[in-house]
Design a binder for this molecule. Sequence first.
Ligand code: PXL
Length: 275
Amino acid sequence: MTETAARPAMTLTIAGSEATGGAGAQADLKTFQELGTFGMVALTCIVSFDPKDDWGHRFVPVEQQVIADQIEAIFGDYAPEQLDTLKLGMMGSPETIETVASALKARRTRQVVLDPVLICKGQEPGHALNTDNALKAELLPLATFVTPNHFETEQLSGMTVESVEDLTAAAQEIHRHSGAAVLAKGGVRLAGSEAVDVFVDAETTEILSAPKIGEHAVSGAGCSLAAAVTSELAKGATALEAARRAKEFVTEGIRQRVEGATPFDALWQGGLRRS
Ligand code: PXL
């Protein structure tokens, strides 16, 4: 009789493609693999940067039925209880949020990490408000862990964030109304020499801090952080442990970032291997 190894932790991302491999589903899948989980992807949209137009984002949604089909295929293959953690990334439109939320209603995974990507450059600014409302109504209630960046923290809390104290208060507010663990990212947006994120759940408020590496945002940091949280939760970490390890993963990924022709560098998910 052949021995079968215990199956790896199972992770799924529902997210958009970003062709250059810095962000989106590509970043998620690389992070899942790097952290030792079995990764799956259902694509919501395709983003192609435009080198002829200042690297603006060209955005094409995946047909709604095709999004639903991918989710059906994945949950046909694995029961919700076999999928340890689900990550929700860029949806791109209120219609897609609706499709994903209704596909997930009958398929509840134990843990859902929501990266509340509100708007991608190249989309109509008007989209942000509609997407924000749909996210709050349809996806935030499903989330057990949420990872808003500076802008998304302001949107989800309705508060202005200019300091670590503001970020903490806003993260506590998002936790209070969603019940989810929150990792609110200050990143390079808050002044000072440290990149500060704030973790809040029912037991703990903890400030996670690491020296800033440069003053520019790096592509893929947000996606990779949420994907690392997803992987760590899938492997059995507590929410706080997952947040700490994800911060370390992203810090090393930024240290080993890849430079190309775009004005922003891309995080490399293999950063921890070299450090
Ligand atoms: O980092 C946000 C993000 C998420 N998902 C996709 C993206 C981007 C930013 O470029 O393209 C698909």
